[in-house]
Design a protein around this ligand. Structure first.
Ligand SMILES: NC(=O)c1ccc[n+]([C@@H]2O[C@H](COP(=O)([O-])OP(=O)(O)OC[C@H]3O[C@@H](n4cnc5c(N)ncnc54)[C@H](O)[C@@H]3O)[C@@H](O)[C@H]2O)c1
Ligand SMILES: O=C(O)C(=O)C[C@]1(C(=O)O)C=C[C@@H](O)C=C1
Length: 360
C-alpha cells in the first residue's frame, strides 16, 4: 500500500504523478532544485514541500528529473533515506540503471520506470492528473531489485491509472526507439522543413501538419538527452525510415508515374502499422472527462477573447479547456471551447444569441 510518496523533480511528469497520487489520497512530498517549479507544483495542489526534515521514509520516491540527473538525485535521496523504494521516470532505461549502479546507488530498492504518457510542454504548469490514465508504464527491474520494490512501483503505476508492463531495460530501449524516440525525430524533421517554408505556404497549414508535428514542440534540451541515451536503437529505426523515404522520392521521380505502385506499397504498410497500435492505450479513459468542443470564430482584434469569455460566463457555463486554432496574419481564428457535454447546447444557443459565429 502506498500512503506516502516523495516526488523529486516537480516538472511536467513529477507534478502529474503527484497530482494523480493526491487524487488517490496519497500524501505527497515534493522536491525540486528550481524553487519556482516547486512553488507552482505546490500551488497546483500537487503536495507539500519536502524541506530539510523529511520525516520517516515514504513508501516510494519518484525521481522525475532529466535522465542524466537521475543517478545523482537517486543517490542523494537514498542517502537521506527518503523512501523504502525508489523509481524514476526517465525516457531511457539502460543508461540510467547503469549510471545509478556506477554512482553507488542501492540497486535492491531502485526499480527504473517509464510512464508512457507525456506532453510536448514542460514544467509543472503543463501537468495533468490524468496524464497516465490508460497508458502503459514500463517497469524495468534490474536483477538486484527486491520483489517488494517491484510490487510497490507496479502499484504506483496503477495508482496513476496506468497499465504496468514489466520488461528489461534493453528491451525497453529498443521498444521506445520504435514507438517514441524515432517518431519524435521524424516529427522534428517534418517541422524543420517548415522553418524554411515560405509564409504563403504556411498559411495553408491545416490539421494534418499540426497533428504530425505536435511532438516536435518538445524541449530540445530534454530530447537531446533522451536520444543521446538511446543512440543505437534510434539510429537503426531512423535508417529504415530514411530508406523508405528515399525510395519513395526516387519512385516519385520515375517518368509517367511508373514508380507509384512502390509509393502505394509504403502507404499501405503505413495503414497496416498504424492499425497495429493497440487501441486500449490510445482511447480516452473512462475517468478522463470527455468534453464537447464548441468552435467559435474569433476576430483577430484586441479584447476579442475577453468578450467571448464574458459571454460564456453570462451563459453560466464553465470552460474546462481552451484551444486556439489561429493562423498568424489571418483576420479570424477559431477558439475551441471545451465544455461538459450537457452544457454545450446551452452555450451554443447563448453565444449565437449574442452574435457569435459558432460552428458545431
Ligand atoms: N516530457 C514527456 O513527455 C515525458 C514523458 C515521460 C517521461 N519523461 C521523462 O520524465 C523526466 C522529466 O521530464 P519532464 O518532461 O517532466 O521535464 P520538465 O522539464 O518538465 O521537469 C523536469 C524537472 O526536473 C527538475 N530537475 C532538474 N535537475 C534536477 C535534479 N538534479 N534533481 C531533481 N530535479 C531536477 C527541473 O527543475 C524540473 O522541475 C525526464 O527524465 C523525461 O525523460 C518525459
Ligand atoms: O506527447 C505525448 O503525447 C507523449 O506521450 C510523449 C511520449 C511518447 O512518445 O509517447 C514522449 C516521451 C516519453 O518518454 C513518453 C511519452
Amino acid at each position: 500500500m502506498i500512503d506516502r510518496a516523495v516526488v523529486i523533480g516537480a516538472g511536467l511528469i513529477g507534478t502529474s504523478v503527484a497530482l494523480a497520487l493526491r487524487g488517490q489520497g496519497v500524501r505527497v512530498l515534493l522536491d525540486d532544485p528550481d524553487p519556482r517549479n516547486l512553488r507552482i507544483a505546490h500551488d497546483m495542489g500537487a503536495g507539500e514541500e519536502l524541506g530539510a526534515d523529511p520525516g520517516p521514509p515514504a513508501d516510494v520516491a519518484v525521481i522525475a528529473a532529466p535522465p542524466a540527473a537521475v543517478p545523482v538525485a537517486l543517490l542523494r535521496a537514498q542517502r537521506r533515506n527518503l523512501a523504502h523504494v525508489y523509481t524514476d521516470a526517465a525516457s531511457v532505461k539502460a543508461r540510467v540503471a547503469e549510471g545509478a549502479a556506477r554512482a553507488g546507488c542501492d540497486m535492491s530498492s531502485f526499480v527504473p520506470g517509464h510512464p508512457m504518457g507525456g506532453r510536448e510542454k514542460s514544467g509543472p504548469g503543463a501537468a495533468r492528473s490524468y496524464l497516465f490514465e490508460g497508458r502503459s508504464w514500463a517497469v524495468c527491474p534490474t536483477p538486484e531489485a527486491g520483489t517488494k520494490a517491484v510490487a510497490a512501483v507496479t502499484e504506483l503505476a496503477r495508482l496513476c491509472g496506468a497499465d504496468p508492463v514489466v520488461m528489461d531495460a534493453a528491451a525497453h530501449d529498443r521498444a521506445v526507439a520504435l514507438v517514441s524516440h524515432a517518431p519524435h525525430l521524424a516529427s522534428s524533421a517534418v517541422a524543420a522543413r517548415l522553418a524554411e517554408g515560405d509564409a504563403q505556404a504556411l498559411r495553408l497549414a491545416g490539421q494534418g501538419v499540426r497533428d504530425v508535428t505536435r511532438i516536435a514542440g518538445g524541449d530540445p534540451a530534454l530530447w537531446t538527452e533522451i536520444l543521446g541515451g538511446n543512440p543505437g536503437p534510434v539510429a537503426e529505426v531512423l535508417e529504415a525510415m530514411a530508406a523508405d523515404l528515399s525510395s519513395a522520392a526516387g519512385r516519385l521521380r520515375e517518368e509517367g508515374g511508373a514508380g507509384l505502385e512502390g509509393v502505394r506499397a509504403l502507404l499501405e504498410r503505413g495503414v497496416e502499422g498504424r492499425g497495429r497500435i493497440p487501441g486500449k492505450h490510445g482511447e480516452p479513459s473512462p475517468t478522463i472527462p470527455r468534453y464537447t468542443e464548441v468552435p467559435v470564430v474569433l476576430p483577430d482584434e484586441p479584447g476579442a477573447l475577453g468578450r467571448l469569455f464574458s459571454a460564456v460566463g453570462e451563459a453560466g457555463v464553465n470552460i474546462e479547456d481552451v484551444r486556439m486554432d489561429h493562423s498568424p496574419g489571418q483576420p479570424l481564428g477559431l477558439a475551441q471551447l471545451a465544455v461538459l457535454p450537457e452544457a454545450a447546447e446551452v452555450l451554443v444557443g447563448a453565444l449565437r444569441e449574442r452574435g457569435w459565429s459558432v460552428h458545431i
